[in-house]
Ligand binder design. Structure first.
Ligand SMILES: [Zn+2]
Length: 260
């Protein structure tokens, strides 16, 4: 069941939120539930901060604990609503032609304080639509963090290659960090998050090092990490293919995929 959590500005800080809140009657929490995060526009906390208010993010419920009518919920933020404002006024405006928006604003409007609500599917769709219709790009916090890691990884490889201490690494060259980051974002979306070497999804969070994202130069004899030569793959696929040809790689994949 999708839920809406209303919290104070000071509580919306990290990629993973831990909030202890009163729950609306009848809310059932299930790990993996979609969570919309709303920062109270009239928080009771002092001093009031000037940060983003209203609908600020979408995430996933990754853990919870009940204490009577209260619960501590852990929310992993997947999408942040960047530089955009959708607060109670906007929700009231949306009520003019949406019954679901009307119901939602009449439920959450009168409650100033922090609370967990369950959302009906049409109420959920109202918030989903707002996030999707935003002119501003919705930044994906986890993807940003992961791609930042990749940029740093690429930079360190380039630095190592350039230091010429061992004399074994060929020199590598690369555009500036911000450009690399933008290029990787484009690549990620173009690939739909799928590894081109095995056609399976690359997880953005995993404990398994082999499944982690890794920057791959498609033609390993070409030293450049540039647009035509850079793909995002699983670390295992990248290491496995190494400087083999694609034909050799497909032959290998075919072998391990054979069910005997
Ligand atoms: Zn792969």
């Amino acid at each position: 069941m999708p839920i809406l959590v209303k919290c104070n500005p000071s509580e919306f800080a990290d990629e993973e939120l831990s909030l202890t809140l009163q729950m609306e009657r009848g809310v059932e929490l299930v790990e993996g539930d979609e969570v919309f995060v709303w920062v109270s526009e009239q928080p009771r906390e002092r001093p009031t901060t000037s940060g983003q208010k209203g609908l600020v993010a979408r995430g996933e419920l990754v853990g919870y604990q009940h204490f009577g009518s209260r619960a501590t919920v852990r929310v992993r933020v997947c999408q942040r609503f960047s530089d955009e404002r959708f607060g109670m006024t906007a929700l009231v405006d949306a009520s003019a032609d949406s019954q679901a928006a009307y119901r939602l604003q009449s439920r959450i409007g009168p409650r100033r304080h922090r609370l967990i609500w369950s959302l009906s599917s049409d109420e959920r769709d109202v918030l989903d639509h707002v996030l999707r219709a935003s002119d501003q790009p919705i930044t994906d916090g986890i993807l940003d963090a992961e791609l930042t890691r990749i940029v740093e990884l690429m930079r360190s490889r380039i630095a190592v290659a350039g230091s010429d201490r061992s004399g074994r690494n060929p020199p590598r060259s690369s555009p500036e960090d911000a450009d690399i980051f933008e290029m990787l974002v484009q690549r990620w979306h173009e690939q739909n998050g799928v590894c081109p070497l095995c056609q399976k999804e690359i997880p953005l969070r995993t404990e398994n090092k082999l499944l982690q994202m890794s920057p791959d130069r498609m033609d390993s004899s070409d030293i450049h990490y540039d647009w035509p030569n850079t793909r995002l793959t699983h670390l295992a696929c990248n290491l496995g293919k190494s400087d083999a040809t694609l034909d050799e790689w497909w032959a290998y994949l075919g072998m391990i995929r054979q069910t005997s």
